[in-house]
Structure formats: C-alpha cells, structure tokens
Write a protein that binds this ligand. Structure first.
Ligand code: PLP
Length: 419
C-alpha cells in the first residue's frame, strides 16, 4: 500500500511531514451512510448521533452535519467546536457524567436540543436552571447492567459504573418522575451505553430488550409513557487482520425490528430510537503516518523500530492494551519475517505503539503506516514531553486537504507566562 484513496503517501510525507493523521473522507461518509440507510424502520422514528469524542474538529462537525447525523458532545469545548462549525443546536445532544452548572447553563443559553442527565443530583440542578424561554429535551442516563464482552476499561455498564443510575435502583424511577413533572422540561426517556468495541451483536439486542422491560415497569408503576430511547454506541471495528467486523447492515435493522416487536408485545408507545456510534464512524477511515528514525536491537535480541511519533499521538496501546496493525510503506510484498516492537519518542517505557509485529527488515527513513487510528487518537492526543500534536489531513476524490494545521512551537508556548 503506497496510496490512500488515490493519494501517494510519499507525497503526503513531503507536503505535510510526519507524524500525520490521515483520514479517507469518502470512507467516513460511507460509514455515515451505512448507519443512516440501515438504521431505519417504516413504523418508527430513528436517528443516528455521532459521538464526537471519537474525533472532532470543525471540518468533522461539518461533515457529520452534511451527512444528516446528530452530534453528541460531552464538554463545553466540544459544543463550542460544533457551534463554530455551524452545527444546528437542535441536533446536539449534551452528555457527560459530571456536568458543571456552567455547562448546563451554556447548554440552556444556546438552546441545545437534548441534555442527557446523569443522576439525581444533576436532575435537581437542571430543574433549578430551566426556564420557560424554551422547553429542553431531557433524557436520563441509566445503567442496565449488561455485561458486554469487551475490555475492562471500556465497559460502562457494571453496577459500580461511574455512569448513570442503575435500572435496579428505586431512586432512578423517582428521578424520572421528577424530570417528567417539570413544566420546562420535555422528558423523552433513557439513554444507556453498554461499552465500546463490542463485536458480539447479541449484546445490542439484549440491551434494547432490557431497557424496554424497564419502560414497561415505569409505565406500570407511574403511568409515565416514555417516548424515546437512546442506546448509545459501542459498535466494534476491525483493528487486526483476524478481527471479524460487525455486519452493520444486519445488526442495525435487526435492532430496530426487535425494538418494534418488543414495544408492541409490552404495549408500549413506539419510541423514537437514537444510537450514538463514535468509533465505528471514523476508526477504519483513519491512519497515522510516521517516519522511522532509528532501529535498535537489545542485548536480549528484541528489535525496536523507533518512529517520529509517540504515545502523545497514539495512547490506546498504553491505555487499553489495544492492538494495531501497521505496514512499512512500499514493502508489503517482502517477507514479513522479523519480529519488531514499534516504540515512540516519549520518555516512558510504556510508550509503545505496537508490541511484537512481523515486518520486513526496516530502515531509517522508511515510512510506517499504522491502520485504524481514526477514533480516539487525535482526540486523545497530548503535549507530553512538549511534543506537538500532529496535523490532520482529509482525502476526498483523490485530493488531500489540511483540516487541522501542524502545531508550531509558538502554539505550544502560547499560554505560558514569564515568571
Ligand atoms: C463513548 C460513547 C459513545 C460512542 O462509543 P463508541 O464505542 O465510540 O461507538 C456513545 N455514547 C456515549 C454516551 C459514549 O460515552
């Protein structure tokens, strides 16, 4: 592989230098379309919300808007980015498990479409802030206790999770009553998200059924009929050659069918259904291009490739033991018979990009391309060691364009004050 969507990686290197985040814009758009086309049901309203924490820039917010998705934001910074990009406020969903009063006030001032409240405390705080200038849509984050088969750090739905209120907790229904009785709040229903990088479709179906059973319980106990359901994201992607992708064409339709049938069976109102994919919209469309600086073999015969990037632009290996595939540009046809570990420039033993991967013999100045880095890379990048965050390039129809420019050392110092 020497090109991405028709553009030469050598050309990108000479134009933008490395490290460089590269996105195939056509592929992001295609993923958006897979979601919007398949997450449809003739009898129910449904919408796809892009979880912007996976990757957000002004250009990305504009792309998401042009594809007709809603946008999930979790901070004032994400909301600000969306607003600067011209994203319609009514299509913004504000999440966050620990919102400040300022964040809630900002959301109300801008008339953000929907606020997802995390807990009883936040519900009460919001109730004191709303006013009759507009009726805000509100959902409550609940925790349905679904055990999705994913990594410990990205599970979100265990009983002691920091997110939301358990569906088993009696205070949850009390909070729903409180929100439903507020005249300036349009309480829609619950939001829940069972984890990330889930490759087992049954977890999504079990999740929907558990929530609908909870809706039935709410209806029986309080008479409140909830009108919408937000099932979060978590759709897994392919990181390694042997990973099997979720078949989204099947899963999304099936999920809506199950919700339709179950709602009828429980005699519930048909809900407006929302899902919030993040990773599955951008992960596979993104790559990180590095240049190999040095090669080293330890006394114990471990071979290192040192690249010009680091955990600053690629934290997920250190943070989640995530695994990645990579290639040396232009050398895919050579024998992959040397075991390498790819490491970065940061002063940390944990600064590893890939542990143990078989590659052809690598040389300084070779270009190394890490795949599936579109989600939670740029958005998790840091300035550790005062390294600069790489620029971001989009490729569309064989043309490249910068969507985030390279940081300069001036940028890095722009907030520093003299002693
Ligand atoms: C992180 C998150 C998502 C997106 O998760 P992915 O695994 O990236 O699809 C959606 N909704 C909420 C509330 C989240 O926290």
């Amino acid at each position: 592989m020497t090109k991405i969507n028709g553009v030469s990686l050598y050309e990108l290197k000479s134009k933008y230098q490395t490290p460089l985040y590269i996105y195939d814009e056509d592929m992001i758009r295609n993923q958006c379309k897979i979601f919007t086309k398949n997450f449809r049901h003739p009898k129910m309203k449904s919408n796809v919300v892009y979880a912007s924490k996976a990757f957000l820039t002004i250009a990305m917010a504009q792309l998401i808007h042009s594809e007709g998705l809603y946008l999930d934001c979790v901070s004032q910074g994400e909301v600000y980015t969306a607003l600067k990009a011209g994203f319609p406020v009514e299509k913004i969903v504000l999440h966050g498990n620990n919102k400040t009063k300022e964040e809630l006030m900002m959301a109300l001032n801008f008339k953000i479409g929907t606020i997802v409240v995390d807990n009883e405390y936040e519900a009460k705080m919001l109730a004191t802030l709303v006013n009759d200038s507009y009726k805000v849509n509100v959902m409550l984050r609940v925790n349905p206790g679904i055990d999705a088969h994913t990594h410990e750090y990205i599970k979100t739905s265990t009983l002691d999770s920091k997110f939301g209120m358990s569906t088993l907790d009696t205070r949850t229904i009390e909070t729903i009553k409180l929100l439903s009785n507020q005249p300036d709040i349009n309480f829609l229903g619950t939001h829940s998200h069972i984890g990330s990088q889930i490759l087992e479709e049954q977890s999504f179906y079990d999740h929907a059924i558990t929530i609908l059973n909870f809706y039935k319980k709410i209806k029986d106990e309080t008479g409140i009929e909830l009108t919408a359901i937000n099932l979060g994201g978590g759709f897994g992607v392919k990181y390694l050659k042997d990973d099997v992708r979720l078949n989204l064409n099947v899963v999304l339709k099936e999920l809506l069918d199950i919700i339709y049938q179950k709602s009828n069976e429980l005699e519930l109102k048909l809900p407006h259904v929302f899902i919030e994919p993040g990773r599955s919209i951008v992960a596979e469309a993104g790559y990180t291009l590095y240049t190999i600086n040095q090669i080293k073999t330890t006394i114990n015969h471990k071979n290192y490739i040192f690249i010009d990037g680091s955990m600053n632009d690629h934290i997920r290996t250190a943070l989640y033991q995530a695994k990645y595939d990579c290639l040396i540009v232009g050398k895919e046809n050579l024998n992959h018979d040397i075991n390498y570990t790819i490491a970065g420039k940061a002063c940390e033993s944990g600064d590893i990009i890939i542990h143990d991967i078989k590659l052809p013999e690598a040389y300084p100045e070779d270009l190394l391309l890490v795949k599936t880095t579109g989600a939670y890379h740029y958005s998790m990048a840091s300035h550790y060691n005062r390294l600069t965050i790489p620029p971001v390039v989009f490729i569309k129809d064989g043309k490249h364009r910068l969507v985030v420019r390279k940081e300069s050392f001036m940028d890095l110092l722009s907030h520093d004050e003299e002693l």
